[in-house]
Write a protein that binds this ligand. Structure first.
Ligand SMILES: Cc1cc2nc3c(=O)[nH]c(=O)nc-3n(C[C@H](O)[C@H](O)[C@H](O)COP(=O)(O)OP(=O)(O)OC[C@H]3O[C@@H](n4cnc5c(N)ncnc54)[C@H](O)[C@@H]3O)c2cc1C
Length: 455
């Protein structure tokens, strides 16, 4: 049975037969199963990380300290230190532990770990700088796929870092204009029912725009981030670009939402830029937040409707651990099917709330995607009126399958160096080694009919 907080509003549903038909069609357009997206993650890292909870926790802590490591020797010392805490180590880790006993062994081990991380990073991160990413962005556009560029770098600790991040974002907006200006027209990617859609799209994180984003003093963080975010909104407006504000962990959720909606209400942003927020369906109270976003959008007509990117949420492990440590009820659902059902309910609610909002469905789950497409059709809207979003590295085949079937697809493309990308990579690794991840189940050969079944 669905939890009580799941959206109860009257919304349009789609017949299961239609959802299954759409899901089967997309699955048929995917390349053969042998090229599953999890190949992007290092096989050994995947296997090891999925084996047990303690190992997952140790890896998480290890990768957290990698940015502070000064040498390969240092890296290996930390690696063996963390692995030492895992009681039943699988054979490959026993070998690693033995290597860690000597300086030469540690150097070799450190080099292997760094190479492994680089190999993974390469598949998920499109370049170290926006300039490096140019080729990928151009190629995707030519193949009928739009992008949102994300400058990696989270949880800024000083004002100087926040200023640097804001300056990188400004430069990236200008760089994107230079990239997209010369590219051919792609009508499906540039316009929907409500009007034009900017080619240039940048995703930013509020935690990188201020060092003061803390749950005990939300106003302070909001005030500090407001100056930098306002400046970015102006730059995006003047350049005709879209600015998307990512959502992070639960403790910053209120501050981020309030900040963005308050800034977009300011007179100078009435007409532009195109801007968006993120709604996380794994949050038990997301239906209430969804209602707030819809009510805000209906009461605040803008030149560009507010884009709402619907996701399940990337901080599940973090939220569960935080809540346990404090003895709180967790703010996220603890049963995967509850998140999936809520995602579908929110999809219906948001699609029904157009044209006040634009909707972006961000998921690699064929069932979640097929459901959104089927509901959109049941509402009588053309396929191009709902945007489908995937992550670089995880959604590569899916993006092409969707684009080939006439859907509007946007791929989220992180840009940054290895150190900045570490937190991002760990999140992807943990998320996709969880037994309940759709991609994990798909890769383990679960039959399509089961993958597409109603949650
Ligand atoms: C383009 C794009 C942009 C994104 N931007 C953001 C963002 O700004 N903020 C953000 O937080 N995330 C963001 N994400 C990540 C997203 O939240 C998901 O983590 C990711 O897409 C996996 O979800 P799925 O639907 O693809 O896969 P699925 O396998 O169907 O779902 C996995 C998700 O289910 C949830 N889950 C897992 N186990 C359980 C459980 N036991 N109980 C309840 N729920 C569970 C978690 O949210 C997990 O990530 C983005 C994803 C994409 C594609």
């Amino acid at each position: 049975m669905a939890p009580a907080s799941i959206v109860a509003a009257v919304t349009t549903t789609a017949p299961e037969t239609e959802i299954l038909a759409v899901g089967r069609e997309i699955a048929a357009a995917l390349p053969s199963a042998s090229r599953n997206p999890l190949k992007a993650l290092d096989d050994k890292a995947m296997d090891l990380a999925s084996q047990d909870v303690e190992l997952r926790a140790a890896l998480f802590r290890f990768v957290d300290v990698v940015p502070a490591c000064r040498s390969l020797d240092d890296l290996a010392r930390h690696l063996t230190g963390f692995l030492d805490e895992v009681p039943d180590r699988p054979p490959p880790l026993q070998v690693a532990m033995r290597m860690g006993g000597t300086r030469a062994g540690r150097t070799a081990l450190g080099a292997a770990a760094a190479a492994g991380v680089k190999h993974m990073a390469h598949r998920f991160i499109v370049g170290e700088t926006p300039r490096d990413a140019t080729g990928v962005l151009e190629e995707l556009w030519r193949e009928g796929v739009a992008t949102s560029v994300d400058l990696l770098g989270e949880a800024t600790v000083t004002s100087a870092e926040a200023d640097r991040y804001a300056a990188r974002c400004r430069d990236a907006l200008e760089g994107l204009v230079a990239v997209y200006r010369g590219l051919p027209e792609r009508p499906l990617l540039e316009r929907d029912g409500p009007g034009p859609i900017p080619r240039e799209n940048l995703s930013v994180k509020v935690s990188a725009l201020t060092p003061l984003l803390r749950p005990d003093a939300p106003e302070l963080g909001k005030r500090d981030a407001a100056g930098r975010l306002r400046d970015l909104l102006r730059r995006a407006r003047d350049l005709g670009a879209h600015l998307h504000i990512d959502m992070e962990s639960f403790d910053s959720r209120e501050a981020v939402t309030d900040l963005v909606l308050e800034l977009l209400e300011e007179d100078e942003f009435r007409d532009a830029p195109s801007a968006g927020v993120v709604l996380q369906a794994y949050l038990r109270d997301s239906p209430e937040l969804c209602e707030r976003m819809v009510a805000w959008a209906q009461a605040t007509p803008r030149g560009f409707p507010l884009t709402v990117r619907l996701v399940k949420g990337a901080y599940w492990d973090h939220e569960i651990v935080e809540a346990r440590q404090h003895g709180w009820e967790s703010p996220v659902f603890e049963v995967k099917a509850d998140s999936d059902r809520n995602f579908e309910a929110l999809t219906r609610r948001l699609l029904g709330a157009r044209p006040a909002v634009r909707v972006a469905i961000a998921s690699h789950n064929l069932r979640s995607i097929a459901h959104a497409i089927a509901v959109n059709r049941a509402l009588g809207a053309p396929d191009g009126d709902v945007e489908l979003q995937v992550l670089r590295g995880l959604g590569d085949d899916l993006q092409h399958a969707l684009a080939a079937r006439g859907h509007r697809v946007r791929t989220y493309c992180p840009v940054g160096d290895l150190v900045a990308g570490m937190a991002y990579l760990v999140r992807r690794l943990l998320e996709n080694t969880s037994n309940e991840s759709f991609l994990h189940e798909q890769a383990s050969g679960r039959p399509l009919e089961e993958l597409l079944a109603a949650p």
